[in-house]
Design a protein around this ligand. Structure first.
Ligand SMILES: Nc1ncnc2c1ncn2[C@@H]1O[C@H](COP(=O)(O)OP(=O)(O)OP(=O)(O)O)[C@@H](O)[C@H]1O
Ligand SMILES: [Mg+2]
Length: 352
């Protein structure tokens, strides 16, 4: 996690916030090792500030800082969240993840070795990024595997600006790949792949013993399918999005129009999983499908057919205390709120 100076743990609850392209989600939990769910919620940017300008936005958030902060402020106020400090996830498409091995060395040497190695792996000048890294495997005096995320300083500043505009403080920032792994596989030993299909990007992560092993960012995500539908049906993008949200890829016509993209997406996922398997000499046991796009009718079934693996959806809130009456709701929102939950769980781990 990237600590923001003057970090101090907020009393009581841990608040995780995921600012996505399509919606902002938050999860608030309380307690130590046996966490209790306090609150959660989501606001769709479309409902709040109107439809997003349709543009290709590689590597940036779609809405302005002002629009995002207005929506976030509204969401937290409506939900009655009192906590003014939060753990924010950073989208994979604005950060760079890499992992590499370091030869045996003393603990105090690791920091500068990581800095040194980073230059090789990060496609931006080191002076322009904030590095977040941790030891994924090994120990002092033995070979070590380092997981590293570099976040452009500009992005960190953008989050600081959003928090300031909301009258909030950032407890820490963290790449969403760590959050999604924590949310879904914190108690899972087996090698597991998680596919988070969002609006702007699809994130594939592979974890083992609950620790992130690799990530892949895939270009095909929800908005590409919507664009394709809009073009083929000669309708506005926003109209196509409504059709897509209602019928998903189950409906015959939509399925036909989008099937080449859906096929490419899942064959890319399959290929990436096979690459990890052959590199690590170990089979990925199952694939968890997540992200808001997986909530569309037909997507999970499509994944089940397309991937030669056990494919499941999972309630990431399992193991956290919550009223039984919420069970069905939580199962339903699990795919879209997993990153926010992972951030909140990270906050609790950090506070302990
Ligand atoms: N409950 C739902 N039912 C149907 N579709 C949904 C639902 N929730 C989200 N979606 C659709 O899933 C898509 C992706 O949602 P998601 O919340 O994962 O995106 P995001 O996190 O905002 O985007 P990104 O991570 O790419 O920045 C959106 O296009 C949205 O319309
Ligand atoms: Mg997302």
């Amino acid at each position: 996690m990237i600590n923001i100076p003057f970090f101090s743990k907020s009393p009581g609850t841990s608040l995780g916030i995921d600012i996505g392209t399509s919606s902002i989600k938050f999860v608030e939990i309380a307690g130590g090792s046996s966490a209790t769910l306090e609150n959660y919620g989501e606001v769709f940017m479309r409902d709040f500030v109107g439809e997003a300008p349709v543009k290709d936005t590689e590597g940036s958030l779609l809405y302005s800082n002002e629009e995002i902060s207005e929506a976030l402020k509204y969401l937290l106020k409506e939900a009655g969240v009192k906590n003014k400090k939060a753990y924010f996830s950073i989208p994979d498409f604005v950060s760079f993840f890499t992992s590499f091995n370091l030869p045996p060395m003393k603990k105090e040497e690791v920091g500068s070795a990581v800095q040194f190695h980073s230059r090789q792996y990060i496609p931006l000048p080191i002076s322009e990024v904030v590095l977040d890294w941790f030891l994924a495997e090994g120990e002092e005096g033995k070979e070590m595997k380092i997981n590293l995320v570099a976040v452009p300083k500009e992005v960190v500043e953008q989050y600081q600006d959003i928090a300031r505009l909301c009258g909030m403080e950032i407890s820490a920032l963290e790449g969403e790949m760590f959050a999604v792994v924590r949310a879904f596989t914190r108690d899972t030993e087996e090698k597991t792949a998680i596919v988070d299909i969002g609006e702007q990007s699809t994130l594939l992560t592979v974890s083992e013993k609950g620790i992130l092993r690799t990530t892949h960012s895939l270009e095909i995500a929800g908005n590409m399918l919507v664009k394709q539908l809009a073009k083929a049906a000669k309708i506005e993008y926003n109209e196509a999005k409504k059709v897509m949200m209602e019928y998903g890829i189950e409906e015959e016509t939509v399925r036909k129009i989008t099937s080449n993209l859906a096929t490419s997406l899942f064959s890319e996922i399959s290929r990436a999983i096979r690459t990890v398997e052959s590199k690590e000499g170990k089979e990925v046991k199952r694939v968890i499908i997540a992200g808001g796009f997986s909530l569309l009718p037909g997507v999970v079934d499509y994944a089940k057919d397309a991937l030669d693996k056990e494919v499941i959806t999972k309630n990431c809130f399992e193991g956290i205390k919550y009223p039984e009456t919420l069970e069905e709701d939580l199962k339903e929102i699990s795919p879209s709120h997993a990153i926010a939950l992972g951030m909140a769980l990270g906050g609790i781990e950090k506070g302990e």
